[in-house]
Design a binder for this molecule. Structure first.
Ligand code: GTP
Ligand code: MG
Length: 286
């Protein structure tokens, strides 16, 4: 039995969570088109008869601006001990630049193998991919470099094999049927937040958090928290249309997690400055 941990590093929005889901073969982490979607470390587990690969999905590297982003960056900083390797994710659709070099400095000095995934190569011309591979290769002394598309699944099997090759003899860290370390209530909160992120823009996505109040046999009650009255109006929408749409999109996935039908009761609440309030952040598990 081979097993071990690989941490996933990269800038915000490059597709780390999409990639972890693809590698785990199941949705364990939420994904959105807004940066800073992932706020805490989430394990995604890929199993076979003879290996268990535990991937630590992480927030993107960023310069902290408030208590929340400070905690997020702390989560990132503390995720590189006792690991068998790093999966360094780049987006082939963006210029490989200073942000990536900053992360490279950190991950290439850890003393563990670094596998680079050049993500989002779907629908890119071969010449452009080759150019980006060259730029990626200059970032440091990598163990392997894989062009992939987390979205279409291109190159994912090869990348998984590469990461499994880094594992040592070891125990099962999670029961085989368990694909993540997130509890049910946190999974539900994340799914609701995911739908809210896709439907909002500008500063609103960053101000949203979700607190599950009741996780019952029949009813799931949750609060969508925002910081200001105007953000609340946006999330509620005309005649409640926005919060209704969030619920409609989240409910089927919540039911899949819980294994039975539920009535989803969502309420939008203002909790001023929750992102700067350590007590609130603790309470939200951040
Ligand atoms: N075209 C394309 N889009 C992708 C691919 N992988 C991810 N995306 C998109 O990129 C956006 C960001 O994806 P995430 O997986 O949330 O990115 P992330 O790196 O986890 O972002 P943070 O958690 O905010 O750091 C979403 O809109 C995804 O659908 C890919 O292979 N191809
Ligand atoms: Mg993410």
């Amino acid at each position: 039995m081979k097993s071990g941990f690989v941490s996933v590093a990269g800038r915000p929005n490059v597709g780390k969570s999409t990639l972890v889901n693809a590698l785990a073969g199941r949705k364990v982490a939420i994904v959105s088109d807004k940066p800073q979607t992932t706020r805490r470390r989430i394990f995604g587990v890929a199993n076979s008869d003879d290996y268990q690969l535990v991937l630590a999905d992480l927030p993107g590297f960023q310069r902290p601006r408030d208590a929340l982003t400070e905690r997020m960056q702390h989560t990132v900083d503390s995720a590189f001990e006792d690991i068998d390797g790093v999966l360094f994710v780049l987006s082939a659709r963006e210029r490989i630049g200073a942000g990536d070099r900053f992360i490279a400095e950190r991950v290439f000095s850890l003393g563990v193998p670094v596998v680079i995934a050049l993500n989002k190569v779907d629908r890119l011309k071969a010449g452009h991919i080759a150019q980006q591979m060259n730029a990626a290769a200059k970032l440091g002394d990598f163990h392997a470099l894989h062009p992939v598309s987390a979205k279409t699944g291109d190159g994912i099997g090869e990348l998984r094999d590469e990461l499994v090759g880094l594992l040592q003899d070891g125990p099962l860290y999670f029961p085989r049927e368990q694909a993540t370390d997130l509890g049910e209530s946190d999974q539900v909160a994340e799914l609701i937040r995911e739908k809210a992120l896709w439907l909002t823009r500008d500063e609103v996505p960053h101000a949203i958090s979700v607190e599950v109040d009741e996780l019952g046999e029949k009813v799931v009650r949750a609060f969508l928290l925002v910081e200001t009255e105007s953000q609340k109006q946006i999330l509620v929408g005309k005649g409640g249309s926005m919060v209704k749409e969030i619920g409609t999109r989240a409910r089927p996935e919540i039911e899949a997690v819980m294994g039975h039908p539920v009535f989803l009761d969502l309420t939008v609440k203002v909790r001023p400055r929750w992102r700067r309030d350590e007590t609130q952040l603790e309470r939200l598990g951040l």
